[in-house]
Ligand binder design. Structure first.
Ligand SMILES: *[C@@H]1O[C@H](CO)[C@@H](O)[C@H](O)[C@H]1NC(C)=O
Ligand SMILES: *[C@@H]1O[C@H](CO)[C@@H](O)[C@H](O)[C@H]1NC(C)=O
Ligand SMILES: *[C@@H]1O[C@H](CO)[C@@H](O)[C@H](O)[C@H]1NC(C)=O
Ligand SMILES: *[C@@H]1O[C@H](CO)[C@@H](O)[C@H](O)[C@H]1NC(C)=O
Ligand SMILES: *[C@@H]1O[C@H](CO)[C@@H](O)[C@H](O)[C@H]1NC(C)=O
Length: 164
């Protein structure tokens, strides 16, 4: 079935240049050794012009915002103005500013498709009180990225994984 689908897509992509790129959906979740957080969906909330910071929702599948995966980047394009998943500073976000300076990928590890940044699954934290502009993080966990440390005492290590 999957092989047939991939074959069909390959044939289509040879026929139609517009389908030459594989664009697939990806819903993002976090796992953590903290059972209250593990399995939470990730969704964006408006946090400035063209920028949505990312927060942990509940464990319902619908709490994860659907992103599209195109090669080495993830984005949403519901408004016709693509916002890219970006971790170029500690705030993980969706932004019209563009894709990451580092490649996004996934590695299948223990039963999960874990998200990698520049090939590494680590660096992600769920944090409270991040000084986000609308103060959502006073009550909600925000997805942050500290690959070289500097996270505050409220931060809990997480990894990001996708379900397609
Ligand atoms: C998340 O799941 C992956 C794959 O099972 C595991 O390697 C990783 O340690 C987990 N992360 C945390 C923070 O528990
Ligand atoms: C959640 O997702 C399920 C399955 O896709 C759908 O049937 C249901 O209507 C959704 N619920 C909400 C509240 O969006
Ligand atoms: C986003 O949608 C707009 C309008 O449909 C389209 O012009 C643009 O190419 C899309 N961007 C991506 C990255 O798919
Ligand atoms: C975040 O800040 C609020 C308000 O200052 C405080 O009540 C709360 O305890 C802080 N949360 C954490 C996890 O430190
Ligand atoms: C968020 O909290 C800071 C510090 O308490 C405050 O200065 C700011 O006005 C708050 N922002 C909003 C949008 O409520």
């Amino acid at each position: 079935m999957l092989v047939a689908l991939i074959f069909a897509l390959t044939v289509l992509s040879t026929i139609s240049p517009s389908l030459a790129r594989f664009v697939l959906p990806a819903s993002l979740f976090v796992n953590s050794s903290n059972p209250a957080l593990s399995g939470s969906g990730i969704y964006g909330k408006h946090s400035g012009e063209g920028v949505d910071y990312l927060y942990l929702g509940d464990k319902n599948f619908n709490s994860s915002q659907l992103l599209m995966r195109d090669g080495t980047q993830l984005y949403t394009n519901r408004t016709g103005n693509a916002k890219y998943f970006n971790v170029d500073d500690p705030y993980a976000k969706l932004t019209v500013a563009g894709p990451n300076s580092k490649k996004i990928g996934f590695v299948y590890y223990d039963d999960k498709h874990c998200l990698t940044v520049g090939g590494d699954i680590s660096g992600f934290f769920a944090c409270k009180n991040t000084s986000d502009p609308y103060n959502y993080s006073v009550h909600e966990f925000e997805l942050m990225y500290y690959p070289t440390g500097g996270e505050n005492d409220n931060c809990i290590p997480v990894n990001v994984y996708k379900i397609q």
